[in-house]
Design a protein around this ligand. Structure first.
Ligand code: PRT
Ligand code: ZN
Length: 303
């Protein structure tokens, strides 16, 4: 029997992720990169953690904040938009805070935006007075309107928000935008950003004080390691000493070059690059005197 199976259920960490949808695959990939692996259940709603006592719950993204608030899950991977909407709703209803974003995860980027018919001229929020705004984010929108002292009607819709102006059920909309193609296809144009969003790791405002505390700390440390290595590559090459200043100039997004001990005029160098290293950049470095260039993927690191 593996040691993880002997751990009682209460001591296992539980993470809720989207069952299917935009954040489902990247969330799993991220947790796999943190060294987690699972055995899938038949109903595909619960995945038993095999490498560590960390289980997954596969749910709708709307349910994730509530599952954390109720203590059913310790963490969840959810869009900041969803987390903030439910937090704003709790706040508007006088319910205490129950969860918070613990880490930004760098995927699922989008903006919650106000969009008006293409043929309108945007003159600012005062223009919204008395108008109807369709949205799936009524609490964020209501807070935004309250802060500006604008009295508009919030029309709550659970989907297909962008067609509301065409159907005549609203005058304008407040919805998520990434490429903007959906807005354009519905003759709408974005005018104000209410929230910049991306996927976040959300956790309870009450940290666990049992065996889960150690697991949570380990998970966060691994996650930070994975996030830090995103887009990072180790670049190695040889060059003559006199070419080093010019090569450094060509690598503004890299850590300072490390000189590896090696006799003579030609030296071995290495650096961690933070941006993309394209073929074109390698050829530029070669023209500036770098030889035996090598780009290596960095798999794991602990700070
Ligand atoms: O079934 P479940 O309830 O779990 O899923 P869901 O349908 O509620 O969510 P899903 O999978 O559509 O989105 C999950 C999360 O992805 C959202 O909560 C956001 O955090 C994030 N995200 C990132 C987006 C977008 N980008 C996005 N573009 N969510 C929705 N959209 C919509 C947008 O509103 C538009 O209708 O996708 C459409 C295409 O957008 P454009 O601008 O590229 O045309
Ligand atoms: Zn949803």
């Amino acid at each position: 029997m593996s040691p993880t199976k002997a751990v009682p259920a209460r001591d296992r960490l539980r993470i809720a992720i989207q069952k299917s949808g935009r954040l489902a695959e990247p969330a799993r990939a991220l947790l796999s990169a943190c060294g987690l692996s699972w055995r899938e259940s038949r109903d595909k709603l619960f995945c038993y953690g095999e490498s560590l006592p960390v289980d997954l719950l596969l749910v709708r993204d709307d349910d994730i904040p509530g599952l954390i608030a109720d203590g059913v899950c310790d963490f969840g991977i959810v869009g900041r938009n969803e987390l903030e909407e439910q937090a704003a709703e709790r706040q508007r209803n006088g319910v205490p805070e129950a969860y918070r974003a613990v880490r930004n995860l760098g995927f699922g980027g989008c903006r919650l935006m106000l969009a008006i018919p293409e043929d309108w001229e945007w003159r600012g929020a005062e223009q919204l007075q008395g108008l109807r705004i369709a949205t799936s984010y009524p609490a964020i929108l209501a807070n935004w309107l309250d802060a500006l002292g604008v009295d508009a009607r919030v029309v709550e819709l659970s989907g297909s928000v962008e067609i509301a102006p065409k159907l005549g059920t609203a005058d304008l909309i407040c919805d998520l935008v990434s490429s903007g193609a959906t807005l354009a296809a519905n003759s709408l144009k974005p005018v104000e950003t209410l929230l910049q969003s991306e996927a976040v790791l959300a956790g309870s405002t009450r940290a666990p004080d049992d065996a889960r505390a150690g697991l949570a700390a380990m998970l966060l440390r691994r996650l930070d390691g994975v996030m830090k290595l995103k887009d990072r590559k180790l670049l190695m090459f040889r060059a003559e000493r006199r070419n080093v200043p010019e090569l450094e100039r060509l690598l503004p997004d890299a850590d300072p070059l490390t000189h590896l001990p090696d006799g003579g005029d030609s030296i071995a160098l290495q650096t961690m690059c933070h941006g993309a290293i394209t073929w074109q950049r390698l050829e530029e470095l070669e023209r500036a005197g770098a030889r035996e260039l090598m780009v290596l993927a960095v798999e794991r690191a602990l700070a």
